[in-house]
Design a protein around this ligand. Structure first.
Ligand code: PHB
Ligand code: FE
Length: 335
């Protein structure tokens, strides 16, 4: 067994194994957790032992998104050191590879894995490290503590599947979770959001085909935070509205331009160079504001109260390669 794994934990006097959590290995990376932290250890390119520590709540919130989103578009940075890069058939796990200081010191590492292998390990780690009462998708004020020795699990929350619409929202039989009766109460942050639905006057015979719904009311009932879901898909245009509270658990380094429409309240964004981590800009978005994130940046949002955001993605599978070849731009518009 790895010596690190048997170290006494000074706070509790317990070894990691006695705390009840499994340790994991992915290529040259070792991952373990104790009462407060996730620890990632690796050997640097020049053969030195190196490690990184994250608050385990932050780690699990990031891991939850990476797993649920199938590694998302481009780079998912758990913090300024650890992260993944999606190549769609394979995924990189990296430590320090997008941190200019660590790269210059030669202490970074990036390894590529078949998507099934890294997904399997991440899913097991997420399930094993998530204790009863902690939901990594919930806002911190709406869930229990991630800390302590292993106690129970929350498999239902960490394997919650995206709700698949049977029909367009608003049409008979849509089955969407959007009423009290369907188990989706209005969130405390949206108590003032009106719940009325649009009036519809379809021609006779078209009642089952013409529809409209109140997107604000729909979103006010979202049970999770920082989880863009599709509301409309038109070719590769994905409109992904979401509700946000506290901190986006990842620093997203997209491989394409994406757009943000601030539908309510306020989100503050920190944007940095995606390769080096050097800060670029802070964007303060208030209700009604729109912004585009260029493909060369990484971004992380801070939402002081629950807010509504529409993320607009171009889901074309070719776009990332068109940008790499210079055939598509990294910015939404050139002035
Ligand atoms: C993003 O990375 O752009 C992102 C992710 C999740 C959200 C919002 C934005 O809920
Ligand atoms: Fe993003």
């Amino acid at each position: 067994m790895n010596a690190r794994i048997d170290l006494k934990n000074m706070a509790s006097g317990l070894t990691d194994a006695e705390m009840g959590y499994r340790s994991f290995q992915l290529g040259s990376f070792q991952l373990r957790r104790d009462e407060y932290f996730a620890h990632i250890a690796w050997t640097t390119r020049d053969g030195r032992p190196m490690s990184h520590t994250m608050d385990v709540g932050d780690f699990l919130r990031a891991l939850m998104r990476d797993v649920a989103w199938g590694f998302f578009y481009g780079g998912v940075n758990f913090d300024h050191v650890i992260g993944t890069v999606n190549h769609y058939k394979s995924v990189d796990l990296q430590a320090g590879a997008f941190n200019e200081t660590m790269k210059a010191a030669g202490v970074d590492l990036l390894e590529n894995f078949p998507v099934d292998q890294i997904r399997e390990v991440f899913e097991q780690m997420l399930d094993d490290w998530t204790n009863e009462g902690f939901d990594p998708f919930a806002a911190p004020l709406e869930t229990g503590s991630p800390y302590g020795r292993k106690h129970g699990n929350n498999t239902a929350a960490v394997t919650r599947a995206r709700e698949l619409a049977q029909r367009c929202v608003g049409l008979n039989g849509d089955l969407a979770l959007r009423t009290d009766e369907r188990g989706a109460p209005v969130n405390r942050g949206f108590a003032d959001v009106e719940q009325d639905e649009p009036e519809l006057h379809p021609e006779p015979g078209f009642e089952n085909e013409v529809h409209a719904f109140n997107l604000f009311a729909f979103l006010s009932r979202s049970q999770v935070t920082w989880n863009p879901s599709f509301t409309s898909v038109v070719k590769y245009s994905y409109m992904c509205p979401t509700t946000e509270e506290h901190i986006l658990p990842i620093m997203h380094a997209n491989d394409r331009v994406e757009w943000f429409f601030q539908l309510s309240d306020e989100i503050q964004w920190d944007c940095a160079d995606k390769l080096t981590g050097k800060p670029l800009v802070r964007v303060i978005m208030k209700a009604g504001d729109m912004a585009a994130m260029p493909a060369y940046c990484r971004h992380q949002g801070f939402s002081p109260k629950r807010s509504m955001l529409l993320v607009w993605e171009n889901g074309s599978p070719n776009l990332v390669y068109e940008i790499q070849k210079g055939d598509a731009p990294e910015v939404p518009v050139k002035f």
